[in-house]
Design a protein around this ligand. Structure first.
Ligand code: DC
Length: 224
């Protein structure tokens, strides 16, 4: 295989990006970078510092205040904020909605995209997000857009939340996902879209091992 390469994985909330990207990273022995976790960290930091994330200038100022460390590893990525491991704490629907909001601010995107590009410049990575193939790594060797019906994505997300011991229902989760799709696909800066040179994979009705297998074949064909 090539010395260093990049795999970009984009798609809407609940499309299975992180589970699949993590599994591929383990199989190929490359770094997995979850860019959504970085936007989630900004949203979490706003809450921590008592800042209303809907005030753009205040949310942007948080970027200079917070100390974020991203620690990629074989078991996935850990996020440290001001010396505290917040990896699990940012995985809530509320932080997801806050992340989607702060991700609409250009200055927030610029700063995080810079960090993401830096990480990819020194390692072979599989990076997931919303704008990886279109903006962050436009020269990535492999570009994948994962999709699934909103009903299926809601069912998967509900399962994850229930596994964390959270009580919610399918209707609520589906409405949250639909709202996030709307915000992520229609914002001004780097909206979520399938890059013209990306391969779109609809994972509706597919289980995780089948998606991983499909993508591994695709990657092996592209990277020789
Ligand atoms: O993938 P996720 O659910 O952890 O992402 C949380 C939010 O962050 C998502 O709704 C939109 C935003 N995001 C983004 O705008 N660009 C990325 N590369 C990753 C996430």
């Amino acid at each position: 295989m090539k010395k260093r390469f990049a795999i970009a994985v984009d798609g809407p909330a609940g499309s299975g990006k992180s589970t699949v990207a993590k599994a591929i990273a383990q199989k190929l022995g490359i770094l997995y970078i979850d860019t959504g976790a970085m936007y989630r960290t900004v949203a979490y930091a706003c809450g921590k510092y008592g800042i209303d994330a809907s005030q753009e200038d205040k949310a942007i100022a948080v970027l200079d205040q917070m100390q974020m460390q991203i620690l990629p590893g074989t078991d996935g990525q850990r996020i440290i904020l001001d010396g505290e491991d917040i990896t699990e704490r940012i995985r809530t629907p509320e932080i997801g909605a806050g992340a989607s909001l702060v991700a609409s601010y250009l200055e927030v995107r610029k700063k995080l995209v810079e960090i993401q590009r830096q990480m990819a410049s020194t390692h072979t990575v599989i990076m997931d997000g919303r704008d990886i193939a279109t903006t962050v790594l436009p020269h990535a060797e492999v570009k994948i857009y994962l999709d699934a019906s909103v009903e299926e994505r809601a069912r998967r997300r509900l399962g994850e939340l229930q596994a964390q011991g959270k009580t919610t229902d399918l209707e609520t989760v589906q409405a949250q996902i639909a709202a996030r799709d709307e915000q992520d696909m229609h914002r001004t800066h780097s909206p979520l879209r399938c890059a013209p040179d990306a391969v779109r994979v609809d994972t509706t009705g597919m289980d995780i091992p089948a998606v991983v297998e499909t993508l591994l074949c695709m990657i092996q064909n592209k990277i020789k």
